[in-house]
Design a protein around this ligand. Structure first.
Ligand code: GLN
Length: 238
């Protein structure tokens, strides 16, 4: 944490915020405040300069047009690159995840990404729509991933990115893996919002960004009910 407060940025709510992805900001801020961590949240629109000194950056999903516009703007701005290079933590969802890679497809065009995750995305044969479930990389020590996916892209990881999870239902990256992580950057196709369905990921981001080894447990009965329901709703592969 660079200041007394945990500073969380929600990137470009005017372009990228499908399926309630802004809920990720609410959940993260709530889980920090519930541990007595002072929080400042910033919703940075695409006509504003990206702050470089926040602790956590959240980016959501979106349609192809806004996704391409967001990538262009973030490349020109450069602030997110500086923040990541200074050690900020990131959660990137769907379109936001794709644009963290080297390139992605939007409206039939190959677009440059930020190159902050070693991956690229192309188009798949079908649209991936529905419940997504996966076993998260055991090194992260988290319970099963649950989310809702809706994307046309498929994502291919290079050697410097590790799959976030092994798919047990749904499509994810398209090769039985889902999402990616490297350093303190997490990318996933999971909407939901992802942090409401996976509060353990919110706590991982909080540990990364505060340097705390442990966080006080919270009453997660509501989240456990939601998780149980959504994990059961995900169809297992044939
Ligand atoms: N436009 C991207 C795709 O279709 C991302 C979609 C999304 O963010 N839901 O692959």
């Amino acid at each position: 944490m660079s200041t007394e407060s945990l500073r969380i940025v929600w990137i470009y709510p005017d372009l990228l915020s499908t399926y309630g992805d802004r809920g990720n900001l609410l959940i993260l801020a709530h889980r920090a405040a519930a541990r007595g961590i002072p929080v400042e949240t910033y919703e940075v629109r695409s006509d504003q300069q990206m702050p470089t000194t926040a602790d956590v950056y959240l980016i959501g999903g979106g349609e192809d047009g806004p996704q391409a516009a967001a990538a262009q703007r973030l490349i020109t701005d450069g602030g997110l690159h500086r923040a990541v290079n200074q050690g900020a933590a990131v959660l990137a969802i769907c379109a936001g995840y794709q644009l963290f890679g080297h390139s992605f497809f939007a409206k039939g065009q190959k677009c440059a990404g930020l190159g902050l995750l070693d991956l690229y995305s192309d188009r798949g044969p079908t649209r991936a729509v529905g419940e997504l479930r996966g076993d998260i990389d055991p090194r992260l020590g988290l319970p099963a991933l649950t989310g809702f996916e809706n994307h046309g892209g498929r994502t291919h990881l290079g050697p410097n990115a590790t799959p976030l999870a092994k798919v047990t239902a749904g499509i994810g990256n398209g090769d039985q893996t889902e999402g990616a992580w490297a350093g303190k950057i997490l990318g996933t196709y999971s909407h939901g919002p992802a942090l409401a369905r996976n509060p353990a990921i919110a706590d991982l981001l909080l540990r990364w960004s505060t340097g705390a080894d442990r966080l006080a447990p919270l009453d997660d009965a509501w989240a456990e009910r939601l998780r149980g329901e959504r994990l059961a709703a995900a169809a297992s592969p044939a």
